[in-house]
Design a binder for this molecule. Structure first.
Ligand code: PRX
Length: 637
């Protein structure tokens, strides 16, 4: 386990040291990991060119750190506990020794299919133990994994595959979520017909589905594993070799392949896991995030295993077979640390508290929140009903690009204020700037959140597109990393994230680019143009509102909505469907043709009194027409 901060004064000292002597600070953290060769330099960086290198010259393998050292010292400790969707499926577990064997075997399977260091491997799997095995096996042989969330459509898979050219895709015949069963292989088949570069597809038999196996290309997981040797030494990786690519949405264009590298990511994720959650050696950690998202990568998988801590994987949903499922799993596996998203908390809150009378939840020590701002009411509900008033809530702020948590309380140490992510972790130098990039000093202020100094876990590039990396994150405010988030700093220097200031929408913790949804909707033959915005939603945090200019305005809106839902589900995924649509005559545009989304957001939230300056609009009467249309729409529904 990585050493962790023990008191507030300890935190202050660590923070000071990390700012004044960052290289010494991080080399002391890094010394707690297993290296094949030590680094020649701790840090080289230049935010003007977005070149960042940590631990250059060092050699290591993240699986030697996650698995091998614990397979030696505590072979029988559970590394992963898996809980199935259906109650009668029960649970399974793998010890560190068993995980070492499974990962070594699957590593040999990949090698047998010709996968070499530096090759990409796509993983399209639900929350199964095999998802962890597949990711770790890639890391063991130096292949770059790219996990595609199993809620994405065939078109989204194709876009990602065409960007990163994996040799192999790993999937399962089916997945189950609640009462829904989805044939994943069918979705892959649809995608593979457009991605000839994929040479092999490994299929896990999850549900005995009747699927089509393509001779020569498709292989059953269990058949390949049956023949594989259980010896596979970890590949010696350079510190800055790529570990994984994870696609995420931005304001514009296609999803970005965020690239993380081996050593910095390992050190940062291991360190933040141990510290933020105040980890004790017998903890059972459960993060409800799917491995398809960064939280699943960094804390369900890598962070916990890097500390030798048991991690829980859950295949299902919080409301199946009933809304007490999360609490039953906590009791069943004696979970001590529970990490989830505000949207799940709010959804469960809506069922009331009677469910808690039959749940103990006495094993819990620490609660966490991630992915979106947590409102105060949800914070208190979570604290009182789940944590029984005894468990600190760590409201952890971070991003796919940051690799790990940047601003968060340290459990049992940082005094909490509901809905505040509180203070930066050691090594993190946040800065608030105004629209011109001028630093906003002092407290009781609000601005755009930037980070001014590198940390080991930060993304190094966008796959095959360093220029876009530089443009997106380091050019808006030159020489600063720009997060895209707005943020307040209170009188005590505590940070409160207010949400995105760009055109990214956060629906139920899923990051969605407005541009992607607009492109999908505009594929509908009746839609000439559209604008999509996010608006506040009681459970999802934000929901999508789409304004549409249509060729035929007399169309039945319900029918149109169903058709648009289908298009968006096919092109992106079900989670990106708009909550509401409205047909409009025009969109509020500036003279240069830019859509003023600020106004559309206000209208979607019925905040007509605060539309702000409309004088720069080409035709301000459009705004009144949209408002009129919206009020009519409400009175008709
Ligand atoms: O807007 C912030 C929000 O989620 C965005 C990052 O999304 P993604 O890359 O998908 O990663 C999510 C999991 C780390 C951020 O720009 N966000 C994340 N955590 C918080 C948050 N907003 C407020 N409070 C948080 N704790």
């Amino acid at each position: 386990m990585i050493d962790s901060i023990k008191s507030m004064s300890n935190y202050i000292d660590a923070y000071q040291k990390s700012i004044q002597e960052p290289e010494i600070f991080w080399s002391e953290v890094a010394a707690q990991f297993v290296w094949e060769r030590n680094w020649d330099s701790v840090l080289k960086w230049n935010f003007q060119t977005a070149d960042i290198k940590w631990f250059e010259g060092a050699k290591c393998n993240i699986t030697a750190n996650c698995i091998d050292r614990f397979a030696l010292t505590m072979p029988d400790k559970k590394a992963i506990i898996w809980e199935g969707n259906d109650l009668n499926t029960g649970s399974k577990s793998l010890t560190f020794k068993e995980l070492q064997i499974e990962v070594s075997k699957f590593s040999n399977v990949l090698k047998g299919l010709g996968v070499k260091k530096g090759d990409r491997v796509a993983i399209y799997l639900p929350m199964l133990m095999e998802g962890a095995i597949a990711m770790l096996s890639c890391a063991r042989i130096g292949a770059i994994h790219t996990v595609i969330f199993a809620g994405f459509s065939a078109q989204s898979i194709t876009d990602r595959v065409n960007d990163c050219d994996p040799k192999v895709i790993i999937t399962s015949d089916s997945m189950v979520r609640g009462e829904k069963k989805i044939n994943l292989k069918k979705i892959i088949d649809e995608s593979i017909s457009q991605t000839p570069q994929v040479k092999h597809c490994i299929v896990l038999n999850r549900g005995d589905e009747d699927i089509n196996m393509n001779h020569g290309k498709d292989h059953w997981w269990h058949e390949l594993m049956h023949e594989a040797s259980s010896n596979c030494e970890p590949e010696n990786m350079n510190a800055e070799d790529p570990l994984f690519i994870l696609y995420t949405s931005g304001s514009t264009g296609k999803p970005k392949g965020v690239l993380h590298t081996v050593a910095g990511y390992m050190v940062y994720v291991g360190y933040t896991f141990a510290n933020v959650f105040n980890i004790q050696k017998d903890d059972i950690f459960w993060c409800t995030a799917d491995i398809g998202w960064i939280t699943g990568h960094s804390y369900s998988l890598y962070g916990s295993l890097l500390n030798g801590i048991t991690t829980v994987f859950f295949e299902g949903i919080p409301t199946y077979p009933d809304h007490g499922r999360f609490w039953d799993i906590i009791d069943k596996h004696h979970v001590t640390i529970f990490y989830t998203a505000p949207t799940a908390i709010r959804a469960l809150e809506s069922f009331g508290t009677s469910v808690f009378s039959s749940k103990k939840l006495s094993s819990l020590r620490v609660l966490g929140s991630v992915g979106e701002p947590i409102n105060e009411e949800a914070w208190h509900w979570y604290h009182k009903n789940v944590g029984k008033g005894n468990c600190p809530i760590v409201d952890t702020w971070w991003q796919t690009e940051t690799g790990g948590i940047l601003i968060s309380p340290i459990a049992n140490i940082t005094p909490l204020i509901p809905a505040f992510a509180t203070l930066p972790l050691p090594g993190i130098q946040p800065m608030l700037v105004d629209e011109n990039g001028v630093e906003i000093m002092g407290n009781e202020v609000e601005g755009n959140l930037c980070i001014k100094f590198p940390w080991p876990g930060m993304a190094r590039s966008l796959y095959k597109n360093h220029h876009r990396f530089l443009e997106t994150y380091f050019s808006i405010y030159p020489s600063l990393y720009f997060t895209g988030d707005g943020c307040k700093r209170n009188k005590d220097g505590y940070y409160r994230i207010t949400g995105r200031v760009d055109d990214v929408i956060n629906v139920s913790g899923h990051r969605i680019g407005t541009g992607e949804v607009e492109d999908a909707i505009e594929a509908h033959s009746n839609v000439v143009e559209c604008a999509v915005v996010g608006y506040n939603h009681d459970i999802k945090g934000q929901a999508i509102y789409a304004y549409l200019i249509c060729l035929d305005k007399t169309v039945d809106v319900k029918v149109l909505k169903n058709e648009i839902d289908k298009i968006v589900s096919d092109k992106i995924g079900v989670f990106s469907r708009p909550e509401q649509i409205q047909i409009v005559d025009g969109l509020p545009k500036t003279r240069s043709g830019k859509i003023m989304r600020r106004i559309l957001r206000k209208i979607a939230e019925d905040d007509y009194a605060n539309l702000g300056d409309v004088s720069t609009l080409l035709d301000a009467s459009v705004v009144d027409q949209i408002i009129l249309g919206k009020t009519k729409k409400i009175s008709q529904s």
